[in-house]
Design a protein around this ligand. Structure first.
Ligand code: KIV
Length: 273
């Protein structure tokens, strides 16, 4: 099993690979492929549950999906994404909720930057739970940032993001996600921090990269962020397979003999007497 110490040791040596997963089959594939970190992201809300905002999922949904992912993973580090309202209220409640993720088999939790983040991150980290920070575009509070758009586009706001990342490190985070910021800003942060940076829409200079698995596989068509790359287009393949199934059921082509069971002749005779 990948450890937090191994992830930290990869900084400047070997780029860190991270992807999201929300269920057993996908987590199995990611683990088999040797992905370093699997994030049970609150993007669950958008790409799995069809909701508009990540703020619409809570601990119940996150833990439900965490359990499925943990069952599949043998090698990767599993990080539970703390949902909106699970860590903002007070550090004590945040720690209790972080412990629930660890209780389900996660090795770490992730939380997004907000005003009291340093206190909350420090409380969780001091209790022995590894914390991954998240700065730049923080979707749970995107409304305060002018929406889901690139952050840190001028020197003053870039400086603020650099400062937030440093505070995350000083609060005891073992790594920090940089979301949707200019690559020059990500490069400064990556050079200045001792902990690894993991970018999503933050360019090539980060210590690692993360994508939402549904974007990478072409399973989510509602929108496609500029920064995410489709490595496969499974949507049309799924559509085609389902259409074929429908056609074969209607025509009686499926199920054929190869996909059916037979009763022995003797038993057929007995059945008819
Ligand atoms: O929930 C999520 O998918 C995330 C990634 C974008 C890092 O937080």
């Amino acid at each position: 099993m990948k450890t937090v110490e191994q992830i930290i040791a990869q900084k400047s040596k070997q780029r860190i690979t991270m992807l999201t997963a929300y269920d057993y089959p996908i987590a199995s594939f990611l683990d088999e492929a040797g992905i370093d970190i699997i994030l049970v992201g609150d993007s669950l809300a958008n790409v799995v549950l069809g909701l508009e905002s990540t703020t619409e999922v809570g601990m119940k949904e996150m833990l439900h999906h965490t359990k499925a992912v943990v069952r599949a993973v043998k090698n990767a580090l599993v990080v539970g994404d703390m949902p909106f309202d699970s860590y903002q209220l007070n550090p004590r409640a945040a720690l209790d909720n972080a412990r629930q993720f660890i209780g389900e088999g996660c090795q770490a939790v992730k939380l997004e930057w907000f005003e009291d983040c340093p206190k909350v991150a420090a409380t969780i980290a001091k209790a022995g739970i590894p914390v991954m920070g998240h700065v730049g575009l923080t979707p749970q509070t995107a409304h305060k940032l002018g929406g889901m758009k690139v952050q840190g586009k001028d020197a003053a706001s870039a400086r603020a993001i650099i400062e937030n990342a440093k505070v995350m490190q000083d609060s005891g985070c073992f790594s920090v996600v940089l979301e949707c910021i200019p690559q020059e800003v990500a490069e400064v942060i990556t050079k200045q921090l001792k902990i690894p940076t993991i970018g999503i829409g933050a360019g090539p200079h980060c210590d690692g990269q993360v994508l939402v698995i549904h974007d990478l596989l072409g399973l989510f068509s509602r929108y496609q962020p500029k920064f995410s790359k489709k490595y496969a287009d499974l949507g049309p393949q799924i559509l085609q397979a389902v259409k074929e199934y429908k056609k074969e059921v209607i025509s009686g082509q499926f199920p054929d003999d190869a996909h059916s069971f037979h009763l022995d002749l003797d038993e057929i005779k007995k059945l008819s007497t």
